[in-house]
Design a protein around this ligand. Structure first.
Ligand code: PEP
Ligand code: MG
Length: 939
């Protein structure tokens, strides 16, 4: 039997269903499904995405069977519609639309009214008794077909339309018709003001334009039209904007696009017809009520393209109560069936409602969590499903700051008439083209992209901007839909703004914003302000808090944070951190006075080290004395500097312990190479010499002596503590004394001391000895018999050798924390600081699926982690295992950490909620996979 390339739907039946998205695309699969469940859908058929794949693999040729299948499906469609394709009396007109498995709004092309020609237009005119409608449909078809299928520029048609409108304006006696600017002309002579003869004239001119650009007559054979349109849709799969969209959204592994050919229904047949788009719930806030927009006497493209500003859907109740209620019923039916919020398109043709599309609605993060929590309460889904539905990356949007309310009240309003198209707050400099947005953002600037309206070509600029502002278009315009998808703040359709993209400025009343001026957008209210407004941090409350609580009840992994100040610790604990997994002590040395003390220590340290080495090798008592006297000065400076640092570090730790209130706190001993703390440029060195009263030469010499060719593999990590044991002593003393002080105030403490960059167990043994001796000394000094709290001593596993010898290391270490930043660097052999130069290409070529510094290289670096976990557990069954590299906040990596049995992940404060959610999702996914296996076994 010939392979099936086409699936038919219509009249309450369908060959496909919603599960077949991969083959039929989202649109085709859902049209089939709607048809099955009795929702009114115009009949049609879907050419599979597999044909798209074959088309590209086979030098743009179709499988031979396709032609016959198109013929037979057209016949079927003619039968159920009682119309005939190409018939001059009763023509069947169709739409031709793309639709991939993953929705790519506005990315590909659509052709409407296909099947019209010079004869059919007359037939349609007689049949409908509405010549205006017939000729309007024909001119739209020529324009869409010419533009989409043959690349005739849009403006060529628009120019012609403008000419006709001027003629009409003159006919109507409008003054200065010739000099009216386009906007004013459109306002005075809307498309609906064109009469039959105007439209006939327009069709004539459009056909001439078509010929001028294509050197061919406009095709009159509908079958030929159809094949050209199918070619165009498949061709659009690889147009620039579709490629850019897939790149930005990391969409991979699709066959291609399917093509949907469907009987046309018309929203432009008069005042009892119309078109609209809707959501079963508010995609911006999640509110549970019908949401959308409509226009009477219009075709769908008018709404989506933002050419005419539509009305809120509530208004339909007044215009046509019956249709409004039917829509409400369909909304309920769709949600009950799909158990998720749907985004749909509809058309009313002479009082009859048709659904043209439904798909899972894109939503803001706020809406996503509210809808998920509400649907659990409504009994539509369970808690696990609610948790799985939230995309961890989307959580980031909930953590974006909002405007400080008091400051916002005082701010100068530029425009208040915009729509709250995508919530949040954004501050940036105004730019007026997508290209500028991209260029300015590349230069490190925060920009707001200000446009009359956006189109799919603007996608990269929109992605680069902090926020988007448009003067035209509704809540479902391109700008609004795309911004919501990107989680980007957007104010759309601010009708009081005169957007002058050419002069790079916009006006609202008396106020002018020029390119580069700072503006602030409130995407939740639709307001634009002049200047910058202070931002405030978000909170985990409301539905977001509920979801996170559910997640905590399910997850098994602990979630800690990487923080090294009391403030960051507080923020992280508010986000649900269960402790600190990495406190990088070196960050503390950069603040205020400390850097001076730290530098004093560094300036003396190399000399101390050299003289100590000399002493070790010397046997001559006289020489020993000489060296000892030379050592005295630098050693005093070195030890004094450490003494100065001790109370400062102690205070830092006290602050952190107080915030943690007994939650575990892993403090890592000094890690970076010492030269990172000294200025490398001449002016910095001069300033330091002056400030510290040290000769410039001395500073230069020290910098020179500390220089390394490969510092990431150099004198850093525990290698510092081994060479300079006093640093380890001072840091241990600061940690223990801080813990004792806080504990004295009846606040629980739980310190863990972590040795970095261990590769050989002997390094850890030596450092542990220093730590234990220091603790012993403190106990003795303070006359403490037993420390009133537990102190764990462990290590980072970030050198491949440590992972390989984890069994030996675990005998000494009470915990491991995987430093996957360094483990990736040393495991893959990619410099952390330089790999950006080529990793982008690596990902594009598929050598690595994602940047291994962002998402753990599970097959390689992950293997080392997995192996070290097994070896560590073998040596010490209750060993605590964590991860503190950047991967601790990456959803895919967190799920991996769950699978291999880590105790916790640790990440930056703003990623704590992402990690909590991912950890819960890991459990749910695991349970679902087990269930599937059980089910398979039973079968
Ligand atoms: C690591 O290497 O993964 C780590 C957490 O340490 P750092 O990034 O400070 O080197
Ligand atoms: Mg490291």
């Amino acid at each position: 039997m010939a392979k099936k390339y086409i699936y038919f739907f219509g009249k309450g039946k369908a060959e496909g269903n919603a599960e077949m998205k991969h083959l039929l695309g989202g649109k085709g699969a859902n049209l089939a499904e709607m048809s099955r469940i009795g929702i009114p859908v115009p009949g049609g058929f879907t050419i599979t995405a597999e044909v798209c794949k074959i088309y590209y693999e086979n030098s743009k040729k179709y499988p031979i069977e396709l032609y016959g299948q198109i013929e037979s499906n057209l016949k079927k469609l003619e039968n159920i519609t009682n119309k005939k394709f190409g018939d001059k009396n009763n023509p069947l007109l169709v739409s031709v639309r793309s639709g991939a498995a993953v929705s790519m709004p506005g990315m590909m092309d659509t052709i409407l009214n296909l099947g019209l020609n010079d004869k059919a237009v007359e037939g349609l005119s007689n049949l409908t008794n509405n010549p205006r409608f017939a000729w309007d449909s024909y001119r739209r078809f020529i324009q869409m077909f010419g533009n989409v299928a043959k690349g005739v520029p849009h403006h060529a048609f628009e120019h012609e339309l403008e000419e006709i409108k001027r003629r009409v304006a003159k006919r109507k006696g409008i003054k200065d018709a010739d000099s009216l600017v386009q906007e004013a002309l459109n306002r005075q002579i809307p498309d609906t003001a064109l009469e039959v003869d105007d439209l006939k004239m327009l069709v004539k001119h459009y056909k001439e334009i078509y010929k001028e650009y294509t050197h061919q007559d406009f095709p009159q054979d509908p079958k030929k039209q159809l094949m050209i349109a199918i070619d165009a849709v498949f061709g659009s799969w690889n147009n620039d904007r579709a490629i850019a969209y897939r790149e930005i959204n990391n969409i991979k592994g699709l066959l291609g696009t399917a093509v949907n050919i469907q009987m046309m229904v018309f929203g432009n047949m008069g005042d009892d017809s119309g078109t609209g788009v809707g959501f079963t719930r508010n995609p911006s806030t999640g509110e549970n009520r019908l949401y959308g927009e409509f226009l009477m006497n219009a075709q769908g493209e008018d709404v989506v393209a933002g050419i005419r500003t539509p009305f809120p859907i509530d208004g339909l109740k007044k215009k046509n109560k019956k249709i409004y209620e039917e829509l409400q019923n369909i909304r309920r039916k769709l949600e009950k069936h799909y158990k998720d919020m749907q985004d749909f398109e509809f058309t009313i043709e002479r009082g009859k409602l048709y659904m043209l599309q439904t798909r899972t609605g894109k939503r803001t993060a706020q809406a996503a969590v509210k809808i998920a929590v509400d649907m659990v309460k409504e009994g539509l889904i369970n808690k696990e499903e609610a948790i799985i539905r939230i995309k961890p990356e989307q959580i980031d949007q909930l953590l974006h700051p909002t405007f400080d309310e008091i400051e916002e009240k005082k701010a100068k309003v530029f425009s208040k008439e915009g729509l709250p198209a995508s919530p949040g707050a954004a501050i940036g400099q105004a730019v007026f083209s997508a290209k500028d947005a991209e260029d300015w953002a590349k230069g490190g600037k925060d920009v707001i992209l200000c446009r009359l309206e956006t189109s799919p070509e603007d996608i990269r600029g929109m992605n680069a901007a902090k926020g988007i502002l448009t003067a035209r278009g509704g809540m479902t315009s391109h700008a609004a839909v795309v911004a919501r998808g990107m989680g980007k703040c957007c104010v759309a359709g601010a009708g009081d703004i005169i957007m002058d993209e050419k002069s790079r400025e916009m006006r609202c009343g008396e106020l002018v914003v020029k390119e580069g001026d700072w503006i602030s957008l409130n995407g939740s209210k639709g307001i634009v302000y002049i200047g910058k407004i202070k931002l405030i941090s978000p909170k985990v409350s409301g539905p977001f808090g509920t979801i996170m609580k559910w997640a905590d009840n399910i997850k098994k992994l602990g979630v800690r944070t990487n923080a090294d100040t009391p403030h960051d610790t507080k923020v992280a604990v508010e986000f649900g951190a269960e402790g600190i997994g990495l406190c990088r002590t070196e960050h503390m040395f950069f603040e205020g006075e400390r850097i001076t003390s730290f530098r004093k220590m560094i300036l003396a340290a190399p000399e101390v080290r050299l003289l100590r080495q000399a002493l070790e090798q010397e046997n001559n008592p006289q020489k020993i004395k000489e060296i000892e006297s030379k050592l005295e000065g630098p050693l005093t400076q070195y030890l004094n500097a450490l003494k100065e640092l001790l109370p400062l570090q102690r205070k830092d730790f006290e602050g952190i312990f107080k915030e943690l209130k007994g939650k575990p706190c892993t403090i890592r001993l000094l890690d970076p190479p010492l030269h990172e703390f000294l200025p490398h440029d001449a002016s910095g060195q001069k300033a330091l010499s002056k400030a510290m009263g040290v000769p410039l030469e001395k500073i230069k010499d020290t910098v020179e002596s500390l220089k390394e060719l490969n510092p990431m593999l150099g004198h850093r990590g525990c290698r510092l503590g081994i060479t300079y044991p006093e640093i380890t002593e001072m840091q241990t003393q600061a940690i223990i004394e801080a813990a004792l002080n806080v504990h004295k105030n009846k606040i629980k403490v739980n310190p863990e001391i972590m040795v970095p960059l261990v590769g050989n167990v002997k390094e850890l043994v030596l450092q542990k000895e220093i730590i234990l001796n220091t603790i012993k000394k403190i106990k003795k000094e303070k006359k403490i018999k037993k420390m009133p709290f537990e102190i764990k001593i462990g290590t980072m596993i970030e050198v491949p050798r440590a992972a390989l010898t984890a069994y030996e290391i675990a005998k000494v270490a009470e915990f491991f924390s995987f430093g996957t930043n360094d483990l990736t660097q040393m495991g893959c052999g990619f410099s952390r600081d330089d790999a950006g130069k080529f990793l982008g290409d690596y990902v594009k070529l598929g050598i690595y699926k994602t940047d291994p510094f962002q998402s753990l290289d599970i097959e390689g670096v992950g293997k080392m982690v997995e192996m070290a976990v097994a070896l560590g557990k073998k040596a010490r069954h209750n060993i605590k295992l964590g991860i503190c590299g950047e991967h601790g906040g990456d959803s895919v990596s967190v799920k991996f950490c769950h699978r291999i049995g880590l105790t916790y992940v640790s990440c930056s404060p703003f990623r704590v909620t992402i990690a909590r959610l991912s950890a819960a999702q890991a459990v749910i996914e695991e349970n679902r996979a087990k269930k599937k296996v059980r089910r398979k076994k039973k079968q």
